[in-house]
Write a protein that binds this ligand. Structure first.
Ligand SMILES: [Zn+2]
Ligand SMILES: [Zn+2]
Length: 226
């Protein structure tokens, strides 16, 4: 099974990326360097590998964050939760219909059914939170799914974009609950809100920056969908 790992650091955070499984999802460890408090973002499977890597980091895992709840992003969530019961499950409740459709999605992709652990912090009512010394904001960016979010750390100039924005592309909108016009609005919001020097960490594929995407991503052209 394909699985590659890489990492980088800013002043206050360490980011470890595991690219996991047949869906090629980017699972991230977001680690506060001062306290080792850690968020696991979009655990895509291969739980034993992730758990062993978290032990190597001496990570104090406080939460699991979900950019959205398609199966490729939640496939390892239940397994991790069993080993890390204190890791709070956080997503936006507009994605609850996507969670409820997980068995159908698993059938559609021909993979064994996995369940999603119960929502413990709704990003709709609590969009801002801290992890050690790090302050995070989640922005609702629907379009790929109704409750898709981006996680922003302004001080470290990092944005986790899930399947909303990729290097050179954007998320598909043809799944249940997807909407091209909503995605357009979400991308407009990101263009207006996120400075050019912010690093983009997407749910699949390579890293980029907001400036690069504004300059070269066909789907961010203002006239694209109008
Ligand atoms: Zn998705
Ligand atoms: Zn995905």
């Amino acid at each position: 099974m394909l699985h590659f790992v890489d990492e980088f650091e800013t002043c206050n955070v360490k980011i470890v990326r595991h690219n996991i499984g047949s869906f090629g999802v980017n699972t991230y460890f977001l680690i506060c360097k001062k306290t080792l408090e850690t968020a696991v973002i979009d655990p895509g499977g291969e739980e034993e590998t992730l758990l062993s890597a978290l032990r190597t980091e001496k990570a104090d895992v406080r939460c699991m964050l979900f950019t959205h709840t398609h199966i490729d992003h939640i496939y390892g969530a239940d397994g991790l939760k069993k080993s890390l019961p204190g890791a709070k499950v956080m997503y936006h409740s507009f994605d609850q219909p996507v969670v409820d459709a997980t068995p159908d999605m698993c059938a559609m992709f021909g993979v064994p059914v996995r369940s999603m652990p119960k929502l413990e912090q709704d990003l709709m009512t609590e969009p801002e939170f801290s992890l050690g010394r790090i302050q995070l904001r989640s922005f609702l960016t629907p379009g790929h799914t109704p409750g898709g979010v981006c996680f922003y750390i302004p001080e470290e100039k990092i944005l986790f974009t899930g399947d909303t924005l990729f290097k050179g592309s954007v998320g598909r909108t043809d799944f249940e609950g997807g909407s091209g016009s909503e995605l357009r609005k979400s991308l407009d919001f990101l263009i207006q809100t996120i400075p050019d020097d912010v690093q983009i960490l997407p749910g699949h594929g390579k890293y980029s920056t907001m400036g690069n995407e504004k300059a070269s991503n066909f789907y961010l052209r203002v006239d694209r969908w109008r």
